[in-house]
Design a protein around this ligand. Structure first.
Ligand code: UDX
Ligand code: UDX
Length: 442
């Protein structure tokens, strides 16, 4: 079987490489010639653990191909996966222009029955839009079927999430398309992975509702953390006590500086827009968006509480720029508003991130200084802020940090360290939701 995947971003490249690993002949197409040239050279344009060896193995076995030429790839494929970006527009709704371009190219190259699969997160109704475009544009009335097959990949664990998903969701209108999709995913079908077979609109909504719910859960614990700060409670004890209830579960109950990334901010905005256009505003999601923005601003206040309102003349070390560990992705990272506010407030910012600094350069103020490592960033700083919970930040030599800092101030937005131990080591240490002074020993 031949498959074409359009778009070799985080979603498209992982999808293409994993489907090739299922034994399918896959051609990944992208309009970005530089990206394709890199891939043909065996270079992976994004940071995703394990992706380089998976691409190399399948390219070498002749199952995975890369091209900028969409027409032949469509003609030879039985299924075309659309994995192009769906970035937010000004009004928060998803920009579908790339999806439309691909649908038009499919219409122009239909030469037999094909399954057109939306892998990108697309608003409810996009399946219908694609059907309309192809039906109206195709020169001959070739049969085709549009399927929604949303991705639930987390950056940094995308391959594992693809190979061992909690579920495969297939939204389709006819049995033939479902049969082909089950064939494509047969390695998972045989693994007893649950398949949710539904209609296109329900499948599209499953994706948005899932991401919106996860964003809500994170925002919920972030508000609980703020309450802990005021009530002298410990948010990790509260989170553990909540998460042991199987109806709640422990995942996505970690407080921090607000969620970021290429999905939650975009998908909550799009969910809000879809609901509004449907005449029934999604009030919880609207509130989650608002609160998450306030949580990001709260990070700046925490720095002001630690080193004073006026950042002029202050030097601040920032550890972690990517929106989460194990990725170089800076899209909507919480580090962006924080670093911008520090620089605009007159601070000198010395930043370090293990992999995201190249991407950060285009998204942070010019004045930011990029450092060699955590200690280089701490050198001569009035405070050190931990923004992203990279593992290498979990076991810093605190003696060395304290002697590098001008003042022993650490603001830990990911609660990597123990407040009592940090105080015993002479730091003025602040973190999120851990105001309890009287925790009994375990
Ligand atoms: C994005 C969204 O982040 C995700 O929520 C959605 O589910 C899928 O689209 P991602 O893979 O991160 O996922 O997209 P991005 O990193 O923006 O890459 C999209 C790729 O498609 C880019 O390489 C771009 O060059 C390519 N593209 C875009 C095309 O090949 N043709 C187009 O017409 C438009
Ligand atoms: C998310 C969804 O998890 C995935 O299913 C979907 O397909 C794409 O969007 P991703 O955006 O890659 O994946 O990262 P994720 O691990 O979900 O983290 C998103 C944001 O939430 C990050 O900024 C992270 O720091 C934050 N987060 C996550 C928390 O602050 N607390 C948590 O407990 C979990």
């Amino acid at each position: 079987m031949h498959i074409c995947v359009v778009g070799t971003g985080y979603v498209g490249l992982v999808t293409g490489a994993c489907l090739a690993d299922f034994g399918i002949n896959v051609t990944c197409v992208d309009k970005d010639e530089e990206k394709i040239a890199k891939l043909l050279d065996g270079e992976i344009p994004i940071y995703e653990p394990g992706l380089d060896s998976l691409v190399e193995k399948n390219a070498r076995s002749g199952r995975l191909h890369f091209s900028t030429d969409l027409a032949p790839a469509i003609q030879q494929a039985l299924a075309i996966f659309i994995a192009v970006g769906t970035p937010p527009k000004e009004d928060g709704s998803a920009d579908l222009s790339y999806v439309v371009q691909v649908a038009e190219a499919i219409a122009d190259n239909l030469n037999g029955y094909k399954v057109v699969v939306t892998k990108s997160t697309v608003p409810i109704g996009t399946g219908q839009l694609i059907e309309k475009i192809i039906t109206e544009r195709e020169s001959e009335a070739h049969p085709f079927s549009v399927v929604s097959n949303p991705e639930f990949l987390r950056e940094g664990s995308a391959i594992a999430d693809f190979m061992r998903p909690d579920r495969v969701v297939i939204g389709a209108r006819d049995a033939q398309a479902v049969a082909i999709m089950k064939d494509i995913y047969s390695p998972l079908y045989l693994l007893e992975t649950p398949f949710v077979i539904t209609n296109v609109e329900s499948s599209e909504l499953i994706k948005y509702a899932s991401n919106a719910f996860l964003a809500t859960k994170i925002t919920f614990i972030n508000e609980v953390a703020e309450l802990c700060d005021r009530l002298g409670a410990d948010v990790h004890h509260v989170s553990r006590g909540m998460g042991l209830d199987k109806r709640i579960g422990p995942k996505f109950l970690h407080p921090g500086p607000g969620y970021g990334g290429s999905c939650f901010p975009k998908d909550t905005q799009a969910m809000s827009e879809i609901a509004r256009k449907a005449g029934r505003p999604f009030e919880i999601v609207d509130t989650v968006i608002e609160v998450n923005n306030r949580i990001k601003e709260r990070a700046v206040e925490r720095v002001q509480e630690a080193i004073g309102e006026d950042f002029n003349g202050k030097t601040v070390a920032v550890l972690g720029l990517s929106f989460k560990p194990e990725t170089d992705d800076m899209r909507d990272s919480s580090s962006i508003p924080l670093v911008t506010a520090l620089v605009e407030g007159g601070a000198k910012v010395k930043a370090f991130d293990p992999v995201a600094m190249d991407n950060a350069r285009g998204m942070l103020p010019e004045a930011v200084q990029y450092c060699e490592d955590s200690y280089d960033a701490a050198e001569g700083a009035d405070a050190m802020i931990i923004v992203t919970e990279w593992n290498q930040f979990r076991s810093l030599d605190m003696e060395r940090v304290r002697s590098s800092l001008k003042q022993p101030v650490v603001i830990d937005l990911r609660n990597l360290y123990d407040p009592k131990r940090m105080k015993d080591q002479g730091f003025r240490y602040s973190s999120v939701g851990r105001a309890a002074e009287d925790l009994p020993g375990e």
